[in-house]
Design a protein around this ligand. Sequence first.
Ligand code: MV4
Length: 671
Amino acid sequence: MFRKILIANRGEIACRVIRTARSMGIATVAVYSDADAQARHVAMADSAIRIGPAPVSESYLRADTIIEAARASGAEAVHPGYGFLSENAEFAEALAAAGLVFIGPPASAIRAMGLKGAAKALMESAKVPVVPGYHGDNQDADFLLGQAEAIGWPVLIKAVAGGGGKGMRRVDKAADFAAALAGAQREGAGSFGNPKVLLEKYLVKPRHIEIQVFADSHGNAVHLFERDCSVQRRHQKVLEEAPAPDMPPAMRQAMGKAAVEAAKAIGYVGAGTVEFIADVADGLRPDRFYFMEMNTRLQVEHPVTEMITGQDLVAWQLRVAAGEPLPLQQSDLHIQGHAIEARIYAEDPAKGFLPSIGKLHQLRAPAEGPHVRVDTGVREGDSVTPFYDPMIAKLIVWDADRAAALRQLRRALGNYRIAGVATNIGFLLALAGHEAFAAADLDTGFIERFRADLLPDRKPADDQVIALAALGVVLQRRQAATDTARNSADRYSPWASADGWRLNDTGFDELHFKDGEDDRICRVDYLAGGAIRIHGQAGAIEARGALTDGSLDAVLNGQRSHAGLVRQGNDLTILCPGASHRLLLVAPRDAGDEDVGTGGALAAPMPGKIVQVLVAEGAAVAKGQALMVLEAMKMEHTIAAPAAGKVSKLHYAAGDQVVEGATLLAIETGE
Ligand code: MV4
């Protein structure tokens, strides 16, 4: 076995590989870009080497720099993770030339699967089922039209070098064929430098089912069953599960056998995934699956396979790369229970799933155990940057059957608490709670079909949420007042009280929140024993509780309630199970906050990057004067002074990324 390996990747997969290597007594070397110097994978590894600036083209894609780092570190092998250089045949060859082992398949196997048409021809001769169609060399438009007529409409035109749905055109009738062909060829040439296309019968109701395969360098090959990844959004997987719901055993056996044949046909070694498309117009049937492509790497969703087989696929990769035989034979492998993976992303479903850049001010994951696994590359306080994939974590759940696993998924998603960036957790909860998903009515059109159910309108904060926010603000003020009193001579001074106190009387206050466009102004009464009464839209709520480390334990009208509470300036995030609310506290009477004062705080109207700061702290400014320039959605927005006054605080500098609603600066208007 290797003594030391280098991991040529970042994020959760680098952490994942390091975990197994460590358990096997193998030393690990991380690589990092300037944006990742403090990243979790760097902290986890035994040592780490800088490979360049933040952009991937100058760091994680630099084969030469990474090979040099591997040589300098004394590593014997390189694990590429997924993405980046993982399916780069030249990288695999360059490593071998440098005397290093590539923990992946032979370069020849990567190349064999690189072009769709050639891979399809290869699979056909290996007796692996392929979608009926034409994948020959003749690219003459009239000839192809004739082929399309023979296949029967609808037909799908695919660029042979395409991927991720690019260079694909569905054609329903002969009259549309020529224009669609030209479009697919243009896209193939433009995006992949190859105008060649193939034709396929268009499957109207497809499911994406893939088989995990493993081969060693001694001629052994096995499969580790299937994963169903039909729930996708624009060719990005959202939920993945194993085994595939309702898969007949005969179909599982046929697909597994076909996948192993595919691997053997190209002399495969290591972990691979053979992707099939299953035509489910008449349900899952053993004769209705077709080879799509083979991914010659470990995949993002490999944990669901690990959960149902009890195997560690990274350990298998390391053993195979070191020349050992496969740890198990086919007859030793069995499916136990059901696993589902949800990809948790920093993205905003309400804004077309735009990546949400910013700092993870709060990041609390559900507790891990036999039923819950979390693979992540970030910690609380880390940032989601625009340089890399905005995935926060993979949440993987397991239970004895699919219904139980789905309950685990809903519970675990509900226990996530993330503040600082928008996330897709609400969307994932809607998916996990959807009756069609529970009924496994799956195909690749699932998300589009149930779009209206999955992307509900933003829910306004109800009285409970406003009560939690008000309680949080009051508890924070008390904490600040206690801290002030502790540092002052007269610790019992009534002036240190944060409540709107009156002697021999309970005080009251008014809190003004902005919930999107809505103003929520509520009276707060201070009651005996630290409780408060909040006057909401539907009535009064009596609240008390404690705030510790961003966690609010509250009792609202006698009912216990838990929420996360994150405050950045006047920007409040209340994280309730399954839903999060952003509220802006408007001009509060708030002794604890230096950025409020008698003036106002200016919030970022949308997430973006500060490109210019036009004033200094302490500067006197006129009403309407430009203060900062924010670049967002490819446009520049000028932040102007709402009134004349003094800049009392600058919270950001040029180059900083800001989240929507972030307090950019504070102005004292000096009333
Ligand atoms: C298809 C298809 C229907 N019929 N091929 C999309 C990406 C590429 N890997 C294969 N894709 C498809 N090929 C035929 N003959 C429908 C898709 C497809 C799809 C496949 C898998 C997962 C999600 C998908 C979403 C849209 C279309």
